[in-house]
Design a protein around this ligand. Sequence first.
Ligand SMILES: NC(=O)c1ccc[n+]([C@@H]2O[C@H](COP(=O)([O-])OP(=O)(O)OC[C@H]3O[C@@H](n4cnc5c(N)ncnc54)[C@H](OP(=O)(O)O)[C@@H]3O)[C@@H](O)[C@H]2O)c1
Length: 279
Amino acid sequence: MRVLGLLSLAMAVCCISAKVPSIKLYTGYEMPQIGLGTWQAKGDSVRQAVKDALEIGYRHIDTAFIYGNEKEVGEGIHQQIQKGVLKREDLFITTKVWPDGCNRQKALEMIKHSLKELNVTYLDLVLVHFPHDDYANTYQGLEDAYNQKLVRSIGISNFMKSHIDHVLKTAKVKPAVNQINIHPTLNQDETVAYCNKLGIAVTGYSPLGTGSMIKDPTLTSIGAKHHKSSAQVAIRWQIERNLITIPKSVNKKYIKEDFEVFDFKLTADEIKTINNMKA
Ligand SMILES: NC(=O)c1ccc[n+]([C@@H]2O[C@H](COP(=O)([O-])OP(=O)(O)OC[C@H]3O[C@@H](n4cnc5c(N)ncnc54)[C@H](OP(=O)(O)O)[C@@H]3O)[C@@H](O)[C@H]2O)c1
């Protein structure tokens, strides 16, 4: 009976996950288009949010050294692996190196610290969090981790064209992903186009404008036509732009709602309206 129960749980999870499209990085790895954001989520609440997300079907978690929650994120992941909800290899984990006062050697140390906190043998993606201080040198620490197979793909975050050009002057391993702030009133068209041209995938962070988009009347009225919420419209807009998106919530109801964005499509006119939204 217990075996049957576990079997049906595994089948349900597999079916839910199969609905989630992914973006193939140039490194060959698949990155699920939706992940759970964890900024400003700590302790029991982030551990539970990660557990809820994995049960709902998320297979991508976004954290960072500076969030101070890698240990609890790792605990949430391992509790669900032990329960049979997923295997490590089914999951895509992103973390980020904090660049202030960092350098090549410190970046590698920070990655080893993240591996320990998350209690995993490899990370799927590590990013330089911001283009601060000597970020090209910090990026070389990520390349060292990549060459040592501690990390499957490496990348950058908050990098605009000039920062990308600067890092590419010395990079031996091209960034696979650039994670930047994208939401309906900040479409980042230019940087997205530049990254696309270079074969760098783009993750849009703060897809709900850190909550500020929830009450937006344009998104709410588009959502009403599809029986969806403003949050679901903002997330779907990123999916339809072939971006990766990482909404954050510690509330199970919202975590589930934010994941239910693969059963509707925005029309071309609706996408145009959202593209033209102003702050
Ligand atoms: N690379 C970077 O520099 C950088 C910077 C910022 C963020 N990020 C990443 O991007 C992730 C997401 O960005 P974010 O944390 O700024 O915020 P966000 O995802 O844009 O919005 C999160 C806020 O919206 C609320 N929310 C979520 N789903 C909702 C729903 N369906 N209905 C109503 N409210 C909802 C959340 O509430 P509750 O939490 O109370 O449930 C929270 O207050 C971060 O967590 C982090 O992983 C990266």
